[in-house]
Design a protein around this ligand. Structure first.
Ligand code: ADP
Length: 220
């Protein structure tokens, strides 16, 4: 079963630039030391809904053994062949990622990553593991020559990571990767937010981590 609201469809992803242009998000005052990067405004999108219906080269699965949450939704939508291929993967460490085919999904591949279970006393280690889930998923995508990838909010469901902290890590790590040499190969990253709470959080944080360029401010 999916956790939370039972959403079976997804809206069209909106790029960060479209969110700014349509006034869904507004410039933030908290961007002093973060440089605008024009390219990222068109590469990064947000979409509320079900990741299993997104048409991209790869969707990321927040894998866990219970087959609940997004993992369960992905296995149900992809069909039983997926589990057979997963059994051949030889497990996956926390913070690592492994790829399978997408089977019945519109997405061609599934990148399975294992997020950390949240424990406040190990905050530093856990934050590093969560960042690694995003980085390794993107590295695997680049190794396969994939261009578009969609992420759920890893670890924020059953694994209990506070959603604001997790979103900050996700947005920051993706920006860092897209700005790295190998990251330039990725053309589209979609954050698929399932719950209203995460939708609000991403829209609050995006203007801080993906600020508009000066040109855009003047043009709007
Ligand atoms: P974890 O074990 O990593 O916490 P969960 O699947 O419990 O994984 O939750 C991760 C995130 O995925 C949560 O934000 C949850 O609301 C979201 N989620 C659940 N079902 C879907 C779905 N079908 N599409 C996209 N996101 C989903």
């Amino acid at each position: 079963m999916s956790s939370g609201n039972n959403i079976s469809t997804s809206g069209q992803p909106s790029t960060v630039r479209q969110l700014f242009n349509n006034r869904v998000i507004r410039e933030s005052q908290k961007v002093d030391n973060i440089k605008p990067n024009e390219l990222l405004l068109d590469k990064v999108s947000v979409c509320r809904g079900d990741i299993t219906v997104i048409d991209v080269d790869a969707i990321v699965n927040a894998a866990n053994e219970s087959l609940l949450g997004v993992d369960g939704a992905i296995h149900r939508a992809a069909g039983p062949e997926l589990l057979k291929e997963c059994r051949l993967l030889n497990g996956c460490d926390i913070g690592d990622a492994k790829i399978t085919k997408g089977y019945k999904l519109p997405a061609r591949h599934i990148i399975h990553t294992v997020g950390p279970v949240y424990h406040s006393e190990y905050e530093g280690t856990i934050a590093g593991q969560l960042a690694s889930c995003y980085k390794r998923s993107l590295e695997v995508a680049v190794e396969k020559g994939l261009k578009s990838i969609a992420f759920p909010c890893i670890s924020t469901g059953i694994f209990g990571y506070p959603n604001m902290k997790a979103a900050k890590i996700a947005l920051t790590e993706i920006r860092r990767f897209l700005e790295s040499d190998i990251g330039k190969q990725i053309e589209q990253v979609v954050f698929v937010v399932f719950l209203e709470r995460d939708d609000k959080t991403y829209k609050e944080l995006i203007p801080q981590i993906y600020p508009l360029t000066k040109t855009d401010v003047l043009a709007s």
